[in-house]
Write a protein that binds this ligand. Structure first.
Ligand code: AMP
Length: 420
């Protein structure tokens, strides 16, 4: 070990486990790429103000969890705590919404940073794959995104996840509910911080995990009873489309999610094998966000799925991903002349698109064969002085154990044939 360790709340992805992270990112993005979503990449940091306005000044993310910094030039920046505000900012900046092709459908994959109390499944650096569909209000779009996330999780082999669904209303009905909720909450026995929250973002109080708070919330007014007819109809259509697609969900009235910008549809994917940090992904509709960051009215919907927790969920379910061995051929030279000859064969194989590796460092046969085994290669090429004198290499099938001498000049072609 060196003098240094990964910073608190972070960890490194190292082989072989890192392969699972790549596979999860690939599996989550595949259904998006097949559904008209284009790839977008934004900087790892933004102006603090984007998140303050876009995520919301009353959220824990902005008030407590952002990594902020002042540059030498005096700019106030923050490491991105989430993806949506950045993606919308970038789409507006590039005028993607003016190209006459709404919704603008985008997907992204990257690192996010939150100064949270670290625990299992909760880190200060984590990774998400996300999707945003910008500029269209259509229940089918909300349904599409939920269906694609469900498809992604299923393609990985996950089964023990549930979809929680709710509607948060819109700018017509939500304020009426907000006031009714505030009136109810002000009469409860709550601490100072929670009292402040009642005034800034009362819906978040419903999300409070403490039992003594939850006990007092049993008779809280329900958002469902306040939804306007347009929101009700919209929500019913989303539910109907999910049901028609065979995607099961649970109505969850308490689902408000931590970000201020959500309107109407909100949803969360929870996994039952993860303990307290059970949310593997979440999202919703954010019809007001564009205007909040100075853009035009652009009703939008999106989600972000956590890669770290998805890997933990796979491990909790005991799902083994079908990860093919990365190396097909492993070359073991014995002596300098064989080194040159086999190194040339390995280079030829790689150029032909066959994954090949080589026993570097002039190790003995035993150690090199161990590496060959560990590589998972289907075939090993072994050559010593005697083989080369005869112009051959030994080709060993690692599955059957069968070994044959093949002319050196034909080794690459023979392997290409056998590997199809
Ligand atoms: P959120 O924007 O908080 O809904 O986050 C979306 C998803 O990102 C969550 O469902 C988690 O899977 C993941 N996530 C959020 N925060 C963290 C964290 N601190 N550590 C690991 N994963 C996280």
């Amino acid at each position: 070990m060196s003098t240094f360790q990964a910073p608190k709340g972070t960890y490194d992805l190292t082989p072989p486990r890192s392969a699972k992270f790549l596979a999860v990112r690939e599996a989550i993005s595949a259904p998006l790429r097949d559904s008209g979503y284009g790839y977008i990449e934004t900087p790892g940091f933004e102006n603090v103000e984007l998140f303050a306005r876009g995520v919301g000044e009353s959220t824990d993310i902005v008030t407590k969890e952002m990594y902020t910094l002042t540059t030498k030039g005096g700019d106030q920046l923050a490491l991105r705590p989430e993806g949506t505000a950045s993606v919308l900012r970038a789409a507006l900046e590039a005028n993607l919404h003016k190209l006459g092709n709404l919704p603008v459908k985008l997907w992204y994959s990257g690192s996010y940073y939150r100064y949270e109390r670290p625990q299992a499944g909760r880190y200060r650096h984590f990774s998400q794959v996300g999707a945003e569909a910008i500029g269209t209000e259509d229940p089918a779009l909300d349904a599409e995104l939920i269906i694609l996330a469900d498809q992604a999780y299923r393609s990985l082999g996950l089964r023990q996840f549930r979809i929680l669904l709710n509607s948060l209303g819109d700018k017509e009905c939500r304020p009426v509910y907000r006031e009714a909720l505030q009136t109810f909450l002000r009469d409860l026995d709550l601490d100072e911080e929670t009292r402040r929250r009642i005034e800034i973002n009362p819906l978040r109080v419903l999300d409070d995990k403490r039992a003594d708070v939850q006990k007092q919330l049993t008779d809280a007014p329900k958002l469902r009873d306040y939804l306007c007819d347009a929101c009700k109809a919209y929500h019913e259509e989303v539910r109907a489309l999910l049901t028609a697609a065979g995607v099961a969900f649970e109505d969850d009235e308490k689902l408000v999610r931590g970000l201020d910008y959500y309107t109407r549809t909100t949803f969360e994917f929870v996994h039952d094998g993860l303990g307290s940090q059970s949310a593997v992904g979440g999202g919703g509709r954010y019809d007001g966000l564009s205007e909040m960051i100075g853009g035009p009215e652009l009703p939008s919907v999106g989600w972000a799925l956590g890669v770290d927790r998805t890997v933990l969920a796979l491990e909790a379910e005991g799902v083994e991903l079908d990860l093919p061995a990365t190396t097909s051929v492993y070359a073991v030279p014995l002596g300098d002349e064989a080194r040159r000859a086999l190194f040339a064969v390995v280079t030829e194989l790689r150029r032909a698109g066959i994954a090949a590796d080589f026993a570097f460092g002039g190790r003995g046969l035993k150690g090199a064969m161990k590496s060959a085994n560990r590589s998972g290669a289907r075939y090993t090429l072994v050559a010593g002085e005697r083989d080369l004198a005869e112009g051959v290499v030994q080709l060993k099938d690692m599955e059957s154990g069968e070994q044959t001498a093949v002319p050196l000049a034909e080794a690459a072609a023979e392997l290409a044939k056998r590997l199809g």
